[in-house]
Design a protein. Structure first.
Length: 439
């Protein structure tokens, strides 16, 4: 069959010529260019390309005049054979099937020494061990109710579930409807996972009725950034080329949340290929100002959580993709330290920078979700086991919190800083180093 081919790897051809010490660099470049041009369009057979279009001694002789050299027939034959090997290797590499989730041969490992590793596997000294903090229930007139749970915390939703004031099936239907009602204005949903959600919610209710409680997330609906693989539903990465892509694996973070009893109701938008807030369905909007994008690339999670469309969502960050939409939409985003949450089954943007983390309206909710998803995973060799438990009670007078002095603080951030001071936290001004000037 006919196949349009890209040029062979010119650098590898040059490397082969240099390795056998044939000709000057000018000759090597000329021969590599001629080889590339000759092999641009070839006739392919199922097994191998037509031998008549492979590098030959005659091709090498035609390139000699450029460098002003002359090779013997034996040298030309040797060079042609070397180039044929390079072309064959390039074809083999090109034909190899590489999954998007295949990890690189080189692994980024930012871990510290053994002493530090042992220390951070234990509970920090400034955390008390006798009791843990609990989020007080809000019984004011404006607080959420079982009939109006849009902005309820995970703690509140869980209490209602266990008291029989609501059910997971009821919560799931409620949040699915909120997503449908708001999506035309906010463009947060890529695909609903209604059938899966109904199955998971029914199971959650049955288990609670039987006395099986999987923990704080049992029966709680959530949304996944659409770079998290879930079988049976498209994982589009926000790009039109992949809108029908169905991956037959479950991302570790989705599997852990299912094990914790959470109910997946929708795949939420992300900027195309995890950049920005513009995807093939449009620009995801900030619920507080629909003239403004929600920021990204965890655009859908930020907007959906802020609008009370899901109790929590999972986003990802390479360079601000959790922090930025959280700040824009006014939600709490937890961007974990690299390696704390497995990225297996999630689209990679940067293998040495990607992080997976929760986005919610309450700090406590982020802690509960992170507790369920963190930890080492054989499918992601960069993931690690480190101490974490939630909720906890800290001796706040021993806690130091840094704030960046080079960036102006917004009024909500100033109020948050003042509250921390009143609680006894020590605020430390931090001056970040400036970027090196280009040389």
């Amino acid at each position: 069959m006919k196949e349009q081919r890209s040029n062979p790897d010119r650098r590898r051809v040059l490397h082969a010529l240099s390795g056998i010490a044939i000709g000057t660099s000018m000759f090597q470049r000329a021969l590599a260019d001629q080889t590339a041009r000759t092999l641009t369009t070839v006739t392919m057979t199922p097994a191998r390309q037509d031998d008549s279009l492979e590098p030959t001694a005659e091709m090498i002789a035609n390139a000699e005049w450029v460098a002003g050299i002359q090779l013997t027939d034996e040298q030309r034959t040797t060079v042609a054979a070397a180039i044929r090997r390079v072309v064959l290797q390039c074809e083999q590499i090109r034909s190899a099937s590489v999954s998007y989730s295949d990890i690189p041969a080189l692994r980024f490992d930012p871990e510290m020494g053994v002493a530090d590793r042992n220390r951070i596997l234990r509970k920090p000294e400034w955390l008390l061990t006798d009791e843990v903090a609990r989020v007080p229930s809000d019984d004011s007139d404006n607080s959420p109710t079982p009939d109006n749970p849009a902005f309820a915390s995970i703690h509140q939703l869980g209490r209602w579930l266990r008291e029989g004031q609501t059910s997971s099936v009821r919560l799931t239907s409620y949040f699915l409807q909120r997503l449908r009602d708001a999506d035309p204005k906010l463009l947060t949903v890529v695909n609903f996972t209604e059938e899966l959600a109904q199955q998971q919610a029914l199971r959650a209710d049955q288990e609670l009725a039987e006395g099986k409680d999987r923990g704080p997330l049992h029966g709680i609906p959530w949304g996944a950034k659409d770079l998290i693989a879930v079988p049976g539903t498209p994982t589009t990465w926000g790009a039109p080329q992949f809108r029908e892509q169905v991956l037959h694996e479950t991302a570790t973070v989705a599997a852990k949340l299912e094990q914790a009893g959470a109910v997946l109701v929708a795949k939420l938008s992300l900027g195309a290929l995890a950049m920005g807030d513009q995807w093939y369905g449009g620009q995801t909007r900030n619920p507080w100002n629909r003239e403004q994008g929600s920021s990204g690339s965890s655009a859908g999670p930020g907007a959906a959580v802020a609008a009370g469309l899901v109790p929590f969502a999972i986003g990802s960050e390479t360079m601000g993709s959790i922090i930025s939409p959280s700040r824009r939409c006014g939600v709490t985003g937890l961007r974990p330290t690299f390696g704390r949450v497995s990225r297996a089954g999630c689209m990679a943007l940067s293998w040495s920078m990607d992080k997976i983390g929760p986005m919610a309206r309450h700090v406590d909710d982020c802690g509960l979700v992170f507790h369920a998803i963190h930890g080492a995973d054989p499918a992601d060799p960069t993931s690690v086991d480190r101490w974490f438990e939630w909720p906890v009670k800290a001796e706040l007078s021993n806690v130091r919190v840094g704030f960046v002095t080079s960036a102006p603080m917004t009024p909500p951030e100033e109020r948050a800083a003042e509250i921390l001071r009143k609680l006894g936290v020590t605020l430390i001004p931090v001056q970040l180093p400036s970027e090196p000037s280009p040389s």
